[in-house]
Design a protein around this ligand. Structure first.
Ligand SMILES: Nc1ncnc2c1ncn2[C@@H]1O[C@H](COP(=O)(O)OP(=O)(O)OP(=O)(O)O)[C@@H](O)[C@H]1O
Length: 968
């Protein structure tokens, strides 16, 4: 059963406050070079479009409902916004929801739904009916007579209700559909029921046409991790998810070669930052954990520590908006649209920036001593909200995480110490107190621990600090006079100094992060930007912070409207196609109320801020005087006024508006910082001076007498916002709407009234309608012909004009005529139609690739075979030649060996012969001697041969070798 509350304002009851100043910090390598329209982020004010641009009538049809004035200010420098004033076609008068919910104009709501109850009543279908307390209940129509029907809810009761109050329910088979577009009956209770059905089953993501609705589960849900990432990457999982949106962004970036943006919006605590992190995780995983996305994730603790705080609505509320740009295969860059007044003021139960508590809890004793740090409760800035811890969060542990992240972005240990010293200086500044020194209530800071520690930490003289906090130098003619400050002026000066030091520190850190992300990388490729900006806020008491935040959200809503409604429908008109117009809540009037010159809220605020005698009351009166006839404005009693925002009416209390808008950091304070011996204050001072020296467009304020001029906070904020919008305008947007299901941050609780309120605020339901009735996919004839022309069976494809080719393709694939429209320049398709062609294209491409790969494989193999044969022949030649050479060498060696052998053998034989010869002679001589001696010296005997005879005789007795005989 759905329960609808009669008073649906719960989402805007919180009392969160935001700091005053908002700045847009870009890295030195900002977009300027890429886009001439963009200006240096430090002089964001320059991006405010000049009057000439506006005179070109770029915002047509954006008429103020009262004065028919056209808003001259627009961040959109190109396209005209044509709000077609055609009568609405269709069933606008069929809405049957009986009790209008607050905050949405009756005009619009009356035309909200396309469904009718009469059919359901006739067919006795299940229907939603509303109880007197506003709850929705499902029942079966038993009978209908006249204007009344008898209905039976599940509890068995029988009730009589007005037939016109019945809202048709969808058949059970449609329970929990992935995409709200699939609902047969598109009405509020059915949408709420569908979302709740899914939420109860941990399916927190649902598509609403092109928009992803994400309901905060306030608990871990099993939807993330590598398996899911893989599944979405491989397209094996298609249920709605942040991964799917991110994947689509990547694919579109590659396909269309256009930068993409993922715009995450929703109230505080709705889950924007978590969603941004999930998107980053997907990108990081695709990059294999080494890409820039991974680095950005690793540096996240720094931005969270310095830019997030505990609020009543969210323990980890981002107090700045950030745009993360991921340049593929090159570098990433983080830009932040941030604010700072939380440093000096914080509501009961909330906390200042996490980093202060983390520092106090986690600093080592050595660091503590070095920067004279005490526990958090010793500091007035932290003490005022009486909240020091967050349940389940270990600040000391987080501090270690921050230090690690600072190491990752290469902030040296020395610089880290300086950063912590600056934080301690900010805390100690809050402890600086003043005493009245004369009867004109002028004050001087007490020379106590606070003052001396601040002077020590920033590296200045105590006397100089004292002077900077209690006096103001003014130039009158050629003379400089010193004016003493009253207590409130001195406190403002002190707080302004603290805020400036903190915000400059934040800027400096963002710069370091951006620098580290840009190291060694070039930026030339496509990018995906993820925008996570603070959501619409409405509290019991709304101040200047809410004024700025809600204005930013109004602009963002315009971006949403522009892309999902205006540009969409404008394109239909321009291309002359036949379509059913869908009405939506255009917030252009409200934007005009803020931006119109000279009688818009911002202009009047700036004008009043320039008057020395201007007060919050005179400002409020001026608004009432000039804007009372504006339908979006309502003057309230005293200093208050109300604005009808797209998300509801918010009453602002102008107390402090002028002071916060002027936000004067006196030149004396800047000079003090520049004279400090520590390097960070010097950098801060030079940055501030550089900014004030830049040419500015917009109302200027004198800071520190006549010495310096600066833009008002509101003007700067507007300039930064325009810059942001221009940046987003150059991208294809993908929207994620985060929804907070309850205000108690508890899992499982789903407050329909709260959800419905948020769905209405962001026009999700209208988006579904426009997606159902519109043609969300479009492609120029040329592109279509180029992309799908090769699918044509006939060879006419390349000989005809793109339109004929496109039509031929449509015919060939039997696309039903109601599923597309042929415009003058483009083809328009209903949801999912292009997918059919895209699938065929992919299949065909795969087939082509397969054939190509087979053919190439065959070619490669043949080539390889040929190559092998060639190599073998070559090898045999080479080997033959080699062997022949080796053989010749061995032949030569053989011959040489024979010669050598011969020589050796002959030498040996010669020697042998010689020895034998000598031995024979010796033997002969011995024998002859013996014979001579035997024959008594008769030599003649020897000569007559008697010797031989004798020897033969002798041999009978003494065997003598025969050759001896020969010798003898
Ligand atoms: N997908 C999610 N899964 C689990 N918890 C979530 C998820 N999204 C949000 N949460 C829970 O909701 C809390 C608030 O979310 P988050 O800080 O992202 O909100 P926010 O919209 O960015 O708020 P703010 O505008 O105040 O910064 C988170 O701290 C977390 O506990």
């Amino acid at each position: 059963m759905l329960q609808k509350k009669s008073q649906v304002l719960p989402s805007f009851q919180s009392i969160k406050s935001l700091p005053v100043d908002f700045r847009f910090v870009g890295s030195p390598t900002s977009e300027q070079s890429e886009n001439a329209n963009l200006v240096n982020s430090n002089t964001a004010c320059l991006s405010v479009p000049e009057k000439n641009d506006l005179e070109n009538g770029l915002v047509e049809g954006a008429e103020d409902s009262v004065g028919n004035d056209v808003n001259e200010d627009s961040p959109y420098s190109q396209a005209a916004i044509l709000v077609e004033q055609r009568p609405s076609v269709g069933d606008e008068d069929l809405d049957t929801v009986p009790t209008p919910l607050p905050l949405v104009s009756t005009f619009h709501r009356e035309r909200r739904w396309a469904d009718t109850s009469s059919y359901a009543a006739k067919k006795k279908l299940q229907s939603w009916f509303q109880l007197s307390n506003g709850d929705w209940e499902l029942g079966k129509i038993l009978s209908t007579s006249g204007t009344e029907s008898v209905i039976s809810p599940p509890d068995g009761k029988v009730l009589k209700v007005k037939t016109e109050s019945l809202v048709p329910a969808n058949p059970d088979i449609l329970d929990g559909v992935d995409d709200l577009m699939q609902l047969s009956y598109l009405n509020e209770p059915s949408v709420l029921y569908n979302l709740q059905y899914r939420y109860n089953r941990d399916m927190i993501y649902t598509k609403a046409g092109p928009v992803l609705v994400a309901i905060n589960p306030f608990k871990e849900v099993p939807l993330y991790g590598n398996n899911y990432i893989e599944a979405y990457k491989n397209k094996s999982m298609e249920s709605p998810h942040v991964y799917a949106i991110t994947d689509t962004a990547i694919r579109e970036m590659i396909r269309d070669e256009v930068n993409q943006s993922i715009i995450i919006s929703g109230e505080s605590g709705a889950g924007k930052t978590e969603t941004a992190k999930i998107a980053m995780q997907y990108l990081a995983a695709l990059g294999g954990g080494s890409g820039i996305e991974y680095e950005i994730l690793k540096t996240n603790p720094i931005l969270e520590a310095f830019g997030n705080a505990k609020t009543l609505r969210n323990d980890n509320s981002s107090r700045f908006g950030k745009l993360i740009e991921i340049h593929f295969s090159e570098t990433g860059k983080i830009s932040v649209l941030l604010e700072k007044s939380r440093v000096v003021q914080c509501m009961e139960g909330e906390r200042s920036y996490h980093i202060f508590y983390q520092l106090c809890a986690g600093a080592s004793p050595k660091l503590r001593e070095k920067i004279s740090l005490k526990i958090a409760s010793e500091y007035k800035y932290l003490r005022q909200s009486n909240c020091y811890t967050i349940t389940g969060v270990d600040d000391a542990e987080r501090f270690r995480g921050v230090m690690e992240a600072l190491d990752i972005v290469h902030v040296s240990k020395e610089d880290q110490e300086s950063v912590f010293a600056m934080l301690a200086a900010v805390l100690w500044l809050g402890n600086v107190s003043f005493s009245i020194v004369d009867n004109e209530n002028h004050v001087e800071p007490l020379a106590d621990e606070g003052l001396t520690t601040v002077a020590k930490l920033i590296g200045c003289n105590v006397g100089e600090l004292k002077l900077a906090l209690s006096t103001r130098k003014m130039r009158v003619g050629n003379d400089t006079i010193v004016q003493k400050l009253s207590l409130s002026q001195a406190i403002d000066t002190r707080d302004a100094l603290a805020k400036s030091i903190y915000s400059c520190l934040f800027d400096w850190l963002v710069e370091q992060v951006n620098k580290s992300l840009a190291v060694g990388k070039r930026r030339t490729g496509r990018s995906i930007s993820i925008l996570d900006i603070y959501g619409f806020e409405s509290f019991e008491r709304n101040s200047f912070e809410q004024f700025c935040i809600n204005y930013a959200n109004e602009r963002l809503q315009q971006h949403f409207n522009r892309h999902l409604f205006k540009l969409e429908q404008e394109e239909y008109i321009q291309d002359g196609i036949d379509w059913t117009k869908v009405d939506f809540d255009d917030n252009q009037d409200c934007l005009n109320l803020f931006e119109k010159k000279p009688l818009g809220l911002l202009s009047l605020l700036d004008e009043e801020s320039t008057f020395p005698n201007g007060t919050d009351l005179t400002f409020a009166n001026k608004l009432k005087q000039h804007l009372n006839s504006n339908s979006c404005f309502r003057g309230e009693r005293g200093k208050a006024f109300s604005v009808s925002h797209y998300a509801g009416e918010v009453t602002y209390d102008t107390t402090g508006f002028l002071e916060k808008n002027r936000d004067l950091l006196h030149l004396d304070s800047i000079q003090l910082l520049s004279s400090c011996s520590c390097h960070l204050p010097q950098i801060f001072a030079s940055n501030m001076l550089t900014q004030s020296e830049k040419p500015v467009v917009g109302p200027l304020y004198k800071a520190g007498g006549a010495d310096s001029q600066k833009l008002s906070v509101a003007t700067k904020f507007k300039g930064q916002l325009f810059q942001l919008m221009q940046r987003l305008e150059n991208t294809t947007p993908h929207f994620i709407r985060c929804i907070k299901p309850n205000n108690s941050q508890s899992p499982g609780s789903y407050e329909q009234g709260l959800v419905l309120q948020q769905l209405r605020c962001c026009g999700v339901l209208e988006v579904v309608r426009i997606s159902r009735s519109g043609f969300p996919t479009r492609m120029s004839h040329q592109k279509f012909a180029r992309r799908y022309g090769f699918l044509l069976l006939e060879s006419v494809a390349y000989s005809q004009d793109p339109l004929s080719i496109s039509v031929a393709i449509l015919h060939q694939f039997d696309i039903l005529p109601e599923m597309y429209q042929v415009g003058y320049t483009k083809l328009f398709f209903r949801t999912g139609q292009i997918g059919v062609l895209e699938d065929t294209r992919n299949h065909t491409l795969h087939g082509i690739l397969r054939v190509q790969s087979c053919f190439r494989g065959h070619q490669a193999r043949a080539y390889l075979r040929e190559l092998k044969r060639g190599i073998c022949v070559l090898q045999s030649f080479v080997r033959g030649e080699k062997i022949r050479k080796e053989y010749a060498v061995s032949q030569q060696r053989h011959r040489a060996a024979v010669v050598i052998q011969r020589h050796i053998k002959s030498t040996i034989c010669g020697k042998k012969y010689k020895d034998m010869h000598q031995a024979s002679i010796m033997i002969q001589s011995v024998i002859r001697g013996w014979l001579v001696r035997r024959f008594s010296g008769d030599v003649g005997l020897l000569k007559s041969g008697a010797t031989k005879m004798y020897v033969y005789e002798l041999q009978e007795y003494y065997p003598i070798p025969m050759h001896w005989i020969w010798f003898i």
